[in-house]
Design a binder for this molecule. Structure first.
Ligand SMILES: Cc1ncc(COP(=O)(O)O)c(C=O)c1O
Length: 369
């Protein structure tokens, strides 16, 4: 019997925390609204046990690798990750008994590293940037070395593994449709392209008029723009990801660091939604879409937990040290009504995906050897 007299007789007992992956809630934004009948809904992926959408892909990639014999008891899982996939793999490794080595870089938030270490993962820090100033290529080079040195290493390869988009097509999309059978736009941040590609393919089959908006960081090369680097974590890439299916993306919105970080902070303060920087960027892009599509119902995927960034973008000192003080001082970046107005005419308005003529380049050749 529960505290309030509930009958818990049928309460499910889960065999492991991995059974808690999925079934994340959708929350309507109350203050972030453009008052033209459009509504912005957020699917809160931080409700997964590893606190991000990456639990889904990690769990499925590992399950499939086990089923096909690519991953065996006693093997070591090695992955290049900016954070969330690493947290998920650490969690799975802890439950299933695998050694997990995560290749990270100085942009990986401290709390993510602590979380992964607490779950028993080992951390390999790559601190030499490549020519463009990013670390993703160097991280993959380190993964290649670890694989060459040890035949028991399994590399999920989230950038190209088809099981990454597949779980979203097979599970996450259905979950969304059962909670939200009708909506007009899907807004999702891109790094590997896994979740937007899997989701959009299936959702467009069921909702043929659905508009899919991909959100990338201004400065990322995922959609073929020159790589310039950016401060936000989670979204963006230094090359065009093999798992990104451009045929199911309608619009691309490059969101700036100030816009994305300011929105994630305002979501925490005004909606009680402590979500990450990529979720802030995605909500900013959704508001832009809402301004230009009155009456539309927009679903944003909020990929991770703002708790990942408490020591970074939620910390005023950290922002000052990085010259991002405008987030603190500029009223247009602090208050929802100003941010909402800023989203009407942002620095880089969304463009039609077909105008980009993106040629798909897969993971850098040296890493895939
Ligand atoms: C916080 C966050 N947002 C967005 C993404 C992009 O997801 P995907 O790799 O499925 O494109 C990631 C991926 O790591 C992420 O960690």
């Amino acid at each position: 019997m529960g505290l309030f007299g509930e009958d818990w007789g049928d309460m499910a007992i889960h065999e492991s925390v991995l059974e808690l992956i999925g079934g994340t809630p959708i929350v309507r934004l109350r203050h972030f609204t453009v008052h033209n009948g459009a509504e912005v809904l957020v699917k809160v992926e931080s409700a997964n046990p590893g606190r991000s959408i990456k639990d889904r892909a990690a769990h499925f990639m590992i399950d499939q690798a086990e089923a096909s014999g690519r991953l065996r008891p006693g093997d070591t899982i090695v992955e290049s990750t900016s954070g969330n996939l690493g947290k998920s793999l650490a969690l799975i490794g802890a439950v299933k008994g695998y050694r997990v080595i995560l290749v990270v870089d100085p942009k990986t938030p401290t709390s993510v590293l602590r979380y992964a270490k607490a779950l028993g993962a080992e951390i390999e820090l790559v601190d030499t940037p490549d020519e463009g100033g990013g670390y993703q290529r160097q991280r993959l080079e380190r993964v290649r070395q670890l694989r060459a040195d040890d035949p028991t290493v399994f590399w999920p390869d989230q950038y190209r593994n088809p099981d990454n988009p597949r779980i979203h097509a097979e599970q996450t999309a259905g979950e969304i449709l059962s909670d939200l059978p009708e909506f007009d736009a899907l807004v999702a941040a891109v790094s590997t392209g896994g979740h937007i590609s899997g989701l959009s393919r299936v959702l467009k089959e069921k909702l043929p008029d659905l508009v899919t908006v991909a959100v990338d960081a201004a400065g990322s090369a995922a959609f073929g723009f020159p790589f310039r680097g950016y401060a936000m974590r989670g979204l963006g890439l230094a090359w065009k990801p093999g798992n990104l299916d451009l045929s199911v993306v309608d619009r691309v919105h490059l969101v700036g660091d100030l816009e994305g970080i300011a929105t994630s902070r305002a979501l925490a303060r005004h909606e009680g939604l402590l979500v990450g920087e990529s979720a802030g960027a995605a909500v900013f892009a959704a508001l832009h879409h809402a301004h230009h599509h009155p009456g539309s119902r927009i679903l944003v995927v909020a990929a991770d937990d703002g708790a990942n960034y408490l020591g970074e973008s939620f910390d005023d000192e950290w922002l000052r040290e990085r010259g991002l003080t405008a987030v603190l001082d500029d009223i247009t970046l602090r208050e929802p009504e100003h941010l909402i107005e800023l989203a009407r005419h942002p620095a880089n308005p969304a463009v039609q995906a077909e105008s980009l003529h993106v040629q798909k380049e897969v993971v850098p050749a040296e890493a895939s050897r």
